[in-house]
Design a protein around this ligand. Sequence first.
Ligand SMILES: NC(=O)c1ccc[n+]([C@@H]2O[C@H](COP(=O)([O-])OP(=O)(O)OC[C@H]3O[C@@H](n4cnc5c(N)ncnc54)[C@H](OP(=O)(O)O)[C@@H]3O)[C@@H](O)[C@H]2O)c1
Length: 290
Amino acid sequence: MEEIGFLGMGIMGKAMAMNLLRHGFKVTVWNRTLSRCDELVEHGASVGESPAAVVKKCKYTIGMLSDPPAALSVVFDKGGVIEQICSGKGYIDMSTVDADTSSKISEAITSKGGQFLEAPVSGSKKPAEDGQLVILAAGEKLLYEAAIPAFDVMGKKSFFLGQVGNGAKMKLVVNMIMGSMMNAFSEGLVLADNSGLSSQTLLDVLELGAIANPMFKMKGPAMIQGNYTPAFPLKHQQKDMRLALALGDENAVSMPIAAAANEAFKKARNEGLGDLDFSAVHKTVLGDKQ
Ligand SMILES: NC(=O)c1ccc[n+]([C@@H]2O[C@H](COP(=O)([O-])OP(=O)(O)OC[C@H]3O[C@@H](n4cnc5c(N)ncnc54)[C@H](OP(=O)(O)O)[C@@H]3O)[C@@H](O)[C@H]2O)c1
């Protein structure tokens, strides 16, 4: 790939763009809040004054935005991607959005002759920093092939899932499962503690059994300390539960566990925990016993 544009310097975008720089890619970045580009500039990135300016300069541009309104805004608002996309250029949206949002963006980009790929990722801040993401791509196969050198730097494995929407759907299914697991885990931690058991011993027992998993292992120790420093913001996990439930609606799939988990994340947001890590749903289960 030639020079790569990168829109969105949040937790994930910053780590991913930094990785590209570290591996010798030339990167031009843009972020709504400009100051968040500073660290990237220190590491050799250029800054574009708008998404359109970045697309004008770069053959390929990646977006990593918070949610559907943000992903749409960066493409369609004044100074957006759509103003400069044209034949010979590609846009890769790595944000977690629903299939409809992705399709809207795809149609607009391709109608101007550009190529589009959705490529949401599985993996959080640390895997993003370490280039260990799992990339769930769908859309223009030629753009996928062109992006492989960059995907190889950002991720440990890429999947090409076919038509636009399939990457978005796969990502929502994964995060629906993850959000439900996090709620069950939080309830288990509180149930053990309130029953007079050691939370640390529960973690040790879980680690040795059939339901051991990297998420419990990584998040558990911090959760029992009440440390919810954001790697994956809770507001984004709740967005993913909401979008996954809508996908369940469309497909008439009954998902009572996911619906309950969504309610728990909504409650946590209502309590002002949206910018903490999604494991902060544990804090709502703890209730007064914090
Ligand atoms: N964190 C994770 O563990 C993780 C893992 C997998 C996937 N994801 C997904 O990856 C995406 C980014 O996540 P993140 O954790 O990096 O989120 P984040 O730290 O909250 O960053 C969000 C980014 O979106 C930008 N943004 C928000 N609203 C915007 C708007 N209206 N117009 C333009 N830019 C806007 C923010 O710009 P400002 O700086 O100006 O606010 C920021 O650059 C989300 O879709 C999330 O679900 C996250």
